[in-house]
Ligand binder design. Sequence first.
Ligand SMILES: Nc1ncnc2c1ncn2[C@@H]1O[C@H](COP(=O)(O)OP(=O)(O)OP(=O)(O)O)[C@@H](O)[C@H]1O
Length: 209
Amino acid sequence: MHRGVGSSYKLEANDVGFRYGKGPWIFRNVDINVRPGEVVGLFGPSGLGKTTLARIIAGYEKPTDGSIKIDNKPIPLRGYHPVQLVWQNPEKAVNPRWRLEKTLREGWWPDDHILADLKIDKSWLKRWPNELSGGELQRFCLARALGPDTRYLIADEMTTMLDAVTQAQIWDVILKTSEERQIGVLAISHDLPLLKRISNRMIDFSELG
Ligand SMILES: Nc1ncnc2c1ncn2[C@@H]1O[C@H](COP(=O)(O)OP(=O)(O)OP(=O)(O)O)[C@@H](O)[C@H]1O
């Protein structure tokens, strides 16, 4: 089935607003959508709330206003979240007291080709998170995020701290996986040349809301 333009299959944030407690609104009236297999680049000045929006869409925060839907339905509160978020600091995304194998097993076991594509050496899985480099740990976090039930991936400055070669390798894997499995990707970055290279469409956060 083609899940293309005009189809009701999509991830959407509708009229979303957010404030921390009774603090000022970080943003209001934000609408954004990502279709299956589409790569959307999101950029904009620091501090406007891109990361906050990413956390809301991936279910880590509740929107103060508005809603997040997939295929026109709210995302179930329980079970595997179909929107997975990978952010800049992989060391904050894993339990430092668990060997990597245990962290992976908590979710799913990636097939060998994802590990191979991401150049993940299986022997790493016996190690502790602080025994991998930042780039290695980030590839591990990406493998974990690309579970079989993942339908959308949010990459929030995911490759910012990596060298150009590793960055390109990681994006090659994401673009290939997105196409093969029709995973929609929301890529958030200050690196406009990167976004232009990988995205089907780009959105300026300062023009939302
Ligand atoms: N826990 C918190 N309590 C109160 N305010 C917060 C909290 N976390 C973030 N903020 C504020 O929310 C605003 C949006 O932050 P956010 O990280 O979403 O912006 P951003 O657009 O992703 O910025 P950058 O491009 O620098 O990553 C900022 O003004 C930040 O100070």
